[in-house]
Design a protein around this ligand. Sequence first.
Ligand code: SF4
Ligand code: SF4
Length: 193
Amino acid sequence: METHRKVIFESELDKNFLGEVKEKSHSEEINRCIQCGTCSSSCPMAEYMDYSPRQIIAMVKHGFKDDVLKSFTPWLCSSCYSCQVRCPSLIKITDVMYSLKREAVEAGVYPRKLPSPALAQEMHKLIARNGRNSELWVVVNMYLRLKDFISPLKMAGMGIDLMKTGRLGLKMEKIKNRKQLHGLIKAVTEENK
Ligand code: SF4
Ligand code: SF4
């Protein structure tokens, strides 16, 4: 029988993780977390998460990098900011969730079963290329990335209804000066290396 070790040894923790998250999320206050749980009790998505926002902050503080980056939690965060505006220690919890998503994608360890990482990456690709989002094409590309050909069929009726009411279009939206946009993205990317 295969067994899975749940205990994590101190030597497996990443002592640099807290510093990295602080820098990337511009949230120097993480150290000040008092584990009051206000964030988790304010979070409308907490019951679906594998770790609550309070647990994620504690795990970031103590270097549980692997578990945090593989967690579903940041991907289920709806960016409502309820936790952030209520945190008594002024921790930018929502911003931390964003930075964890970015890091999980960069490290290639995001949860593959969830559609939201695929959606985020396809939307980023399209906006970086065209300067605009085109909902239909983001969804099509997302399902292609997920190799899921059944879900689009199930949602076809809703898509047709949205098209009839002009809420979804076939046209690929693009801004005029895309060269300028590409130059801007390149400059920002190089500056953040
Ligand atoms: S609300 Fe703020 S201080 Fe309280 S547990 Fe959450 S992050 Fe920590
Ligand atoms: S911003 Fe995210 S983590 Fe914070 S309360 Fe909203 S859904 Fe939960």
